[in-house]
Design a protein around this ligand. Structure first.
Ligand code: FE2
Ligand code: FE2
Length: 147
């Protein structure tokens, strides 16, 4: 496999999440909605955790863009609280899912248009090495959450 950079790897997760939100919107069956909710929440938790643990600290150290990192971490916390609500509901919760989708859409847009371009422009980030670290941590976390 070609060496990929960390931003490409993270954006792959974003695209998978977008697809799951879309599937949820077109799903009418409650048990399939619940299964999708579980998959989506697990995937987002893992994604947020690897960004918080690995990508954001590396980005912050390289760019000193504390403001962007603080805002992004705050958005992660807001998403996590909606994910908690969805996981506790025990039934499909369309209203919270809709709010989460909108929040994630805005957040991903900021990563794509602000954070990733800044990361790629910075000379001091090893984006290929970070991609390997992100992938390894992701595999480890997913092992605890079989899809
Ligand atoms: Fe992300
Ligand atoms: Fe994020």
């Amino acid at each position: 496999m070609a060496q990929q950079d960390a931003c490409t790897l993270l954006d792959q997760d974003h695209k998978e999440a977008e697809q799951m939100f879309q599937s949820y919107r077109s799903e009418r069956d409650d048990s399939r909605k619940l299964a999708l909710t579980e998959r989506l929440c697990n995937a987002l938790r893992v994604h947020i955790q690897i960004e918080n643990e690995i990508f954001y600290p590396a980005f912050q150290q390289a760019t000193r863009d504390n403001k962007l990192v603080d805002e992004s971490r705050h958005e992660h916390d807001e998403a996590l609280s909606m994910i908690d609500t969805l996981e506790r509901a025990g039934r499909p919760d369309d209203a919270t899912m809709q709010k989460l989708e909108a929040a994630i859409k805005d957040h991903v847009e900021d990563e794509r248009t602000k954070m990733f371009p800044e990361a790629r422009a910075s000379q001091s980030m090893d984006l290929v090495g970070l991609a390997q670290q992100l992938q390894a941590r992701k595999s480890e976390l997913m092992a605890g959450h079989p899809a």
